[in-house]
Ligand binder design. Sequence first.
Ligand code: EPZ
Length: 424
Amino acid sequence: MDQIRIRGGRPLEGSIRISGAKNAALPLMTASLLTGETLTLTNLPFLADITTLVQLLMQHGVHVAMRGEGAGGGHVMELSAAAITSTEAPYDLVRKMRASVLVLGPLVARCGEARVSLPGGCAIGTRPVDLHLKGLEALGAGIELAGGYIHAKAPKGLSGGHYVFPFVSVGATENLLMAASLAKGETTLVNAAREPEVVDLANCLVAMGAKIEGIGTDTITVQGVDALGAAEHRVVPDRIETGTFAMAAAATGGALELVGARLDIVASVAEALDAAGVDIAETKNGIRVSRRNGLRGVDVMTEPYPGFPTDMQAQVMALMSVAEGASMITETIFENRFMHVPELARMGANINVHNASAMVRGVARLTGAPVMATDLRASVSLVIAGLAAEGETVINRVYHIDRGYERIEEKLKGCGAEIERIGS
Ligand code: EPZ
């Protein structure tokens, strides 16, 4: 298994191109199942999770072609689902990546049935899919669970319905948006997720011919259409990659330009950085981040968008580990998302966890250590800590990072970091 070795203590200086968002790209790719015509996605990141979803889509009958780098970097992918050859998403592929459950809505909407393996729990929490299923039932699907599989049926097609989410779910909103696009009649989704990735999917569906109103608000109305068609769509820049490199610049006392990044979709992260003593401003090409003087501890609570993202919680904790004063970090989305705490502690961080909150008391410096990556964002928090620490950090189980960060060591090396991948 690959490792990443970092010699810390060098401020990051220069520019990094921000890739397309993984969490937008995955649902966008599953939207290709809704039409027999070609969906072309540009600015697509090339990541392990994208490859896993390509495998799943291909076994449903989707033809997938990658066209290398498009204008401004990023990859171009053409997906054509002229005929769906299988409506089953098998356990072996779904267990590799929970986002595979996003094929459920499109398959049942287009084919009238789908059999999708139930995704299991994962490192950050139990992560049930009950809202996806209740929402599909509200659109007239019959749902049975048996043998570890979800069997959804709507032999006469889905019909419009009204569904109120009891709490915000990104994936369930995406599944239902796709399903409702081909349902007969009007669907209203109340307390829908407003994440930029949901907005990106809705905009792509509209380009494919869907009729959607209220995009970006918590009440979305969809008028079902008989068929969707071809479209070309550019994947939104990755706000979590943006925030991650911003934290890395701040933690090392450096300055970075994040090319292609959008400040409007990282407002809550920018606000926390500003309060911590970091300048963050729009430039012609993206965003510029630089540390003013010392770092101050700030309190952060994760919330659905536009609140502070749970996918940035581990990274801000790494930053707060080297800030002056204390910081209270509260996780409200996932029940088990503090696995980076013992690893950061091995590097000298002073963190006490009590239920869903972590009290971080900043230390003058972290020291390098061998550490273990446990999930995607936890692992990248160790990269940030390693870049800021004195001495050498070796991160094990790097495959977690490869699921969501494109060429991370190349991007950081280009800004002066001493970082290398060691193959096993
Ligand atoms: C998406 O996951 C992201 N993944 C996650 O990013 C992100 O952390 C999460 O949204 C929250 O922003 C993708 O977009 C592929 P949810 P998702 O449904 O859609 C509970 C990363 O690091 N819930 O909004 O699965 C759930 O357990 C990943 O890139 C139910 O109880 O998240 C969680 O506590 C990790 N029942 C909360 O809701 C359901 O049916 C929010 O989950 C659905 C969700």
